[in-house]
Design a protein around this ligand. Structure first.
Ligand code: SIN
Length: 192
């Protein structure tokens, strides 16, 4: 599958017939909402985990030296917390462009973090068959890769550090993210 998913998302999932759509963000979409939204609420999805297994050619790396960003992998019994945004369908023109490097949108149930109830929402998922997929590596390797990468949206380390802060603000512990953050901080401050 080509890593530019803009057309694929448009064709396989037209949204124009809907008045609004919930979008679930688990990575940069938690802390960088550069799009208009009607409301936002902390939410979670069940059966998925965040992993730094996706290559970034367009934001936190380049085609020659991709950075490492998040995707979701299936994890029965686990839960992934993030931020949900209610948006109008035209917002997906911007979002599809932003998430074009291998991510496909899929509908999934979302549960609210701080209130009861759930709804259906879209999540951007980069599966193992996309060209930019990098797959698993140790926490140390991921941290080294992130420390060495940057792209048009800035340093790859900023992506990780902002995400870790945003998760702490949500009161969430994500061992994968925090373990890579510890490794990265060790690389950035070797005296600690
Ligand atoms: C997301 O944040 O939900 C998708 C991955 C990313 O853009 O970091």
């Amino acid at each position: 599958m080509s890593h530019n998913t803009i057309e694929l998302n448009r064709q396989r999932q037209p949204l124009d017939h809907l008045s609004s759509v919930w979008l679930f963000g688990y990575g940069s979409l938690i802390y960088k909402a550069d799009f208009p939204y009607l409301q936002r609420k902390p939410a979670c999805i069940y059966g998925w985990q965040r992993r730094f297994w996706q290559g970034s050619h367009d934001h936190r790396g380049t085609p020659e030296a991709p950075g490492r960003v998040l995707t979701l992998v299936e994890a029965p019994g686990e839960r992934c917390a993030g931020m949900a945004y209610e948006v109008t369908p035209d917002t997906f023109e911007h979002l599809d462009h932003r998430e074009k490097n291998g991510y496909l949108r899929v509908f999934t149930p979302l549960a609210w973090l701080h209130e009861t109830g759930q709804t259906q929402g879209l999540v951007y998922l980069a599966s193992a068959d996309n060209e930019a997929y990098l797959g698993p590596a140790s926490d140390t390797e991921i941290a080294r890769h992130i420390a060495a990468s940057k792209g048009p949206s800035g340093e790859n380390s900023e992506y990780l550090l902002k995400l870790a802060d945003a998760l702490r603000e949500l009161g969430e512990h994500d061992e994968h993210v925090f373990a890579v953050e510890r490794e990265l901080l060790g690389l950035m401050n070797p005296e600690f």
